[in-house]
Design a protein around this ligand. Structure first.
Ligand SMILES: O=P(O)(O)OC[C@H]1O[C@H](O)[C@H](O)[C@@H](O)[C@@H]1O
Length: 285
């Protein structure tokens, strides 16, 4: 087992951020705020995720960057506030440590219904998020359990902010049916060319359970998902001026999100849904 260490340079007084290390020297920062994995450093210290340097770290706000958890509603596609309530709620740290067998670090965070969630979404649920990592892998699994007596449906996403430059590209989504959120939800089919990151994009790729690749100048990140049927590629425009993002922030990341959007997931009482997104740093071939 490892002991979590508070990291002074991340988070404010209202939002704790903890860091754990894997045996090979990789490190992971996470926060009970939103059940967010905030940063993943390889053993060489390289930041693989993007975490905005201008986060206000307020107890009521989602963290801009890392891997926010979207539940029970993706974006404004329903009656709840944008992206639901889980990303701005206070989760619990259920455990963290070092797996003695493979040397990976791990953390589990949980979040359940409360009077506040029941007031806006009348369903009893339990979320459990477990991240496991070493220098080349980060695997994040989300479990959703129906803890009530009636079925419910939900949409969800692991909204992963990946460090990326405008010269990088995303490939692996060719030929998929997609919803262009930036163009009135127009339905299109993805072309063969990799997606260039020198322009904004906001697209939902349907039935995307296949490897996606973030091709960077000096590295390659392989992104795999299971349970999550859809994938979102999002990168804002400079003009969007998003809250908690510096003026040049849009040019430093791309979100490749493992999601369930096109066909919401349904759970009967006591049933559990699971989805995983795995990021793998590959050597340049
Ligand atoms: O700014 P946020 O509320 O965090 O949303 C950030 C983005 O999330 C998703 O990727 C959606 O597809 C985008 O339409 C949205 O802009």
């Amino acid at each position: 087992m490892t002991t979590p260490v508070p990291l002074e340079s991340l988070g404010g007084e209202a939002v704790p951020v903890l860091v754990i290390a894997a045996r090979d020297g990789a490190r992971l920062a996470f926060s009970p705020q939103g059940g967010t994995i905030c940063q993943w450093w390889g053993a060489d210290g390289a930041e693989r995720l993007y975490l905005s340097p201008t986060n206000p770290w307020a107890a009521t706000d989602a963290i801009r960057g890392g891997v926010p958890v979207i539940f029970p509603q993706f974006a404004a596609r329903g009656p709840l506030p944008k992206h639901g309530f889980a990303r701005a709620a206070r989760w619990s740290v259920a455990g963290q440590g070092l797996d003695e067998a493979d040397g990976w670090g791990w953390v589990t965070l949980t979040f359940s219904d409360s009077p506040e969630t029941l007031a806006v979404w009348p369903h009893r649920f339990r979320l459990e998020l477990t991240a496991r990592f070493d220098t080349n892998h980060l695997s994040i699994r989300l479990d959703v359990t129906n803890a009530g007596e009636e079925a419910f449906a939900f949409t969800t996403a692991l909204h992963s902010y990946l460090s990326a430059d405008v010269t990088d590209r995303v490939s692996g989504l060719a030929g998929l049916e997609l919803i262009d959120s930036a163009d009135g939800d127009r339905r299109l089919r993805a072309g063969d060319a990799p997606i260039p990151l020198d322009a904004p994009i906001d697209r939902i790729f349907l039935n995307a359970e296949r490897p996606i690749t973030l091709e960077r100048a000096a590295s390659v990140l392989r992104i795999e998902q299971s349970g999550f049927c859809d994938a979102v590629v999002w990168k804002p425009a400079a003009a969007d001026r998003l809250p908690a993002l510096p003026p040049d922030g849009h040019s430093r990341f791309v979100c490749v999100e493992a999601a369930v959007i096109g066909a919401p997931a349904s759970l009967a009482p006591n049933q559990r849904w699971s989805g995983t997104q795995t990021l793998r740093a590959l050597p340049l071939s």
